[in-house]
Ligand binder design. Sequence first.
Ligand code: DP6
Length: 362
Amino acid sequence: MTQKDFIPKLEPKNISPGEVSWQSPSNIALVKYWGKKENQIPANPSISFTLDHCRSTTTLKYSEKDKNLKTEDFEFDFYFEGKPKEDFKPKIQKFFQRIEHYCPYLKDYRFEIYSENSFPHSSGIASSASGMSAIALCIMDLEKKLYPDLGEEYFSKKTSFLARLGSGSASRSIDGGLVVWGEHEEIEGSSDEFAVPYPHKVHETFRSYKDTILLVDKGEKQVSSTVGHDLMHGHPFAENRFKQAHDNLKALIPVLESGDTTEFIKIVESEALTLHAMMMSSQPYFILMKPNTLQILNKIWAYREETGIPVCFTLDAGANVHVLYPENHETKILEFINNELVVYCQNGHYICDRVGTGAKKL
Ligand code: DP6
């Protein structure tokens, strides 16, 4: 499927006012997306675990505008946790502009969008993946009412495609388990336009992996991901980095199949540190890790060395640490976190999450 396939060709049905609601999860990348081309095309492929507990719930209320009074504007109100949220509107406006070509019915409707997150608002957890994918799902649900013949595959690919235009990582939040976004020669069906479920064999261990997110810094980031991606243009290490992501994804294929946690750790931790190394070596350079981030990484290494338990970390574009481990070590790892890591978390906060099954209609 290509972009052209996502432009509706038929006349939409007439529908009465209504509402749709979806719940969509966040995700954590193992091989990172960092750097993009025009139109939200990733510079390299990425793979992530879809999460379960960290999610956004969004309701889209729609009613057709009066045919005689139709304006050439997008008309919508946005409410976050029940309250109008003006500062999020420009993001949605931009999203609507980006997807209008593929959703030409948007200007025929008036929308009210209600969204809330399961995780604390100021937790430093990126809400764009769950938030944007939830809106994309609601829009596609409306599209399905306008064009009832839409097939399941079309629905999920176009949803991921639209979510990508909102925020790259959001493309990976529709399906559950492991999800790949970006073309990779060893991954059949992979595409730069939308994410697809990881198609190869996955060992039991990785199907129930745990992710405990240590909230080191809940404040606003000094540099947004969007700015960070941009700094990969003209970055001295960009081409090598993009190649490395391809190689790492290729190397993960046998690891995910065999359940080899030692090799998994080598790839995943290196990806996390490389992401931050790219930030530190861009121009301008910046650091999103905090002293407590480093304390945690060192503690994880020491604990792993001492116990042999295959626990590792990954990072997204911030100071928080995602602690990844197989489910059967949960009791021990939670003990370790409570005894040794919680002191580095802001107000002692952390969130227990795990690999989830993907977005759900409510
Ligand atoms: C470090 O998807 O937030 O989390 O496409 O500009 O919205 P935009 O960026 P975003 O970038 C996420 C980057 C990352 C790595 C990843 O999730 O792959």
